[in-house]
Design a protein around this ligand. Structure first.
Ligand code: ZN
Length: 471
């Protein structure tokens, strides 16, 4: 038996009719604003080459760690989802079989944001009107597969249909950014910019760190195994990234630790870090110092700094050995901001010309640490609920715990932070609806007037993100 697929027009709005009526009015004003996507992980080659995606599984399942994390937790082998193995060993290659495996287990996603994002894609993008299940798996596959072979579903066509004003991808300093150059040279008007993510050359624990330093030397002509050459090479690649549209850097360190070491100490530490394996304490101290160096460079070159700490990467050793990084095995940890950011803030926290956007996977820090920090330091702003918290409940908890101290204007709108290109509008729509619901509540409690709520709905959707990220 099949069931209809319906997206209710009031989804995610408050259930109380009076509040819902205000939320509807706020949402009507902002729902069609262009998408500004300042941080994410889409593949720039899609927009450079504008080729059709190969099939539904390759587009919607195999690259989406939200999807295969859940399936893996319920006993599905990653090989059976076509996830490539590090050793090149055999994995499932029949996209229809992969799709069926997912469809049969779609009920596992009930109550999760993945379910909302996927349903939006099926209904709004592909016009499907029955719910995904084992019985409808082939119906879905045939419709999506046929659509993906058409011009209307090529990356640039969808980019335009989605009303994306600008999207940022994320690249390493070692990336030649040839796809960004190709997009620019093509004459297409879609705006795709890069963001500078230096973890591969800032983190001694990153796979291949020493080789990465040598690559950094080779592409910059600096000797990145000397401290002065290393800093010059980093400045060089930041400028290169900015010349391909970057307005931001991004730092995915395990903790928010910062340090500001005296010159002799950092030179001695770099000599050890750049010549061989170091202890985890030395690696942590080096990353900590480099965040402060990055803030200094941001003050000079104007790149907005994003810090995404608190993820214990590759927690599942077996999965990491077999499949490599980014396989849904990153787990949040407790994060300390107050003590850990102090060395950086002592030097740069009061600089109004610097923007550091803080993210967290540790929600206990919102009202205790993050909102008070961002509600004081001119350099600090709060990023939106991230990753595990990019969900209706996560958004509600963020507004409830951060607004009282940081207000709205120390926040920066929404980030979709995704490689799942098809669901980008769905993700932004969830944030828009949740913000309108939250603002409606404040109006109904007579804590602000409705005209102020309208202004804020627009700011949270569009104005604040453009201003904070200089887009
Ligand atoms: Zn990200």
């Amino acid at each position: 038996m099949t069931h209809p697929l319906r997206l209710h027009p009031d989804r995610l709005f408050p259930a109380d009719p009076e509040t819902r009526a205000v939320a509807r009015r706020l949402y009507a004003e902002i729902k069609d604003l262009p998408i500004v996507s300042p941080h994410g992980h889409t593949d720039p080659s899609w927009f450079a080459q504008n080729q059709n995606w190969a099939n539904p599984a390759e587009l919607l399942i195999t690259p989406d760690h939200y999807v295969f994390r859940m399936l893996f937790s319920q006993g599905v082998a990653l090989e059976d989802l076509g996830v490539p193995r590090a050793d090149g060993g055999p994995v499932e290659t029949d996209p229809r079989k992969i799709w069926r495996l997912f469809a049969e287990r779609y009920h596992l996603f009930r109550g999760t944001p993945s379910r909302m994002w996927h349903d939006w894609v099926y209904s709004e993008v592909f016009g499907i009107d029955v719910r995904l299940s084992a019985e409808t798996a082939d119906h879905y596959y045939d419709i999506i597969d046929a659509a993906l072979k058409t011009d209307a579903f090529k990356p640039r066509a969808l980019f335009e249909r989605y009303n994306i004003e600008v999207i940022a991808t994320t690249e390493s300093p070692l990336d030649p950014l040839e796809h960004h150059a190709a997009i620019k040279a093509s004459g297409w008007t879609g705006k795709v910019v890069t963001a500078f993510r230096p973890d591969p050359v800032l983190d001694p624990d990153f796979e291949g760190f020493l080789d990465n330093l040598d690559q950094l030397s080779a592409i910059t002509g600096e000797d990145a195994r000397t401290w002065d050459g290393y800093l010059a090479a980093l400045r060089n690649r930041r400028a290169f990234s900015a010349s391909h549209g970057a307005t931001s850097t991004d730092h995915g360190h395990p903790t928010a630790k910062t340090a500001d070491l005296p010159d002799a100490e950092i030179r001695a530490l770099f000599a050890r870090v750049s010549s061989g394996p170091v202890s985890s304490a030395e690696a942590e101290l080096f990353r900590a110092h480099m965040l402060t160096e990055m803030a200094a460079m941001s003050l000079a070159d104007g790149l907005v700094m994003q810090i995404h700490p608190g993820s214990f990467r590759n927690h599942n050793e077996v999965v990491f050995q077999k499949f490599g990084r980014d396989k849904g095995a990153d787990i949040p940890t407790q994060t300390n901001y107050v003590a850990d950011l102090k060395p950086l803030l002592d030097r740069f926290g009061s600089e109004p010309g610097l923007t550091i956007i803080l993210f967290t996977l540790d929600e206990t820090s919102y009202s205790r640490e993050l909102a008070p920090l961002a509600g004081h330091y001119p350099a600090l702003k709060l990023g939106p609920p991230w990753w595990f918290h990019d969900a209706p409940e996560g958004m509600r908890r963020f507004r409830e715990q951060a607004t009282e101290t940081a207000g709205f204007y120390n926040t920066v709108g929404f980030n979709d932070d995704t490689r799942a290109f098809l669901s980008i509008p769905a993700r932004h729509d969830v944030a828009r609806r949740m913000d309108c619901g939250w603002l409606a509540k404040l109006v109904l409690e007579h804590r602000m007037e409705e005209d102020e709520a309208h202004e804020l709905a627009r700011a949270l959707t569009y104005d604040l993100v453009k201003a904070a990220y200089k887009l």
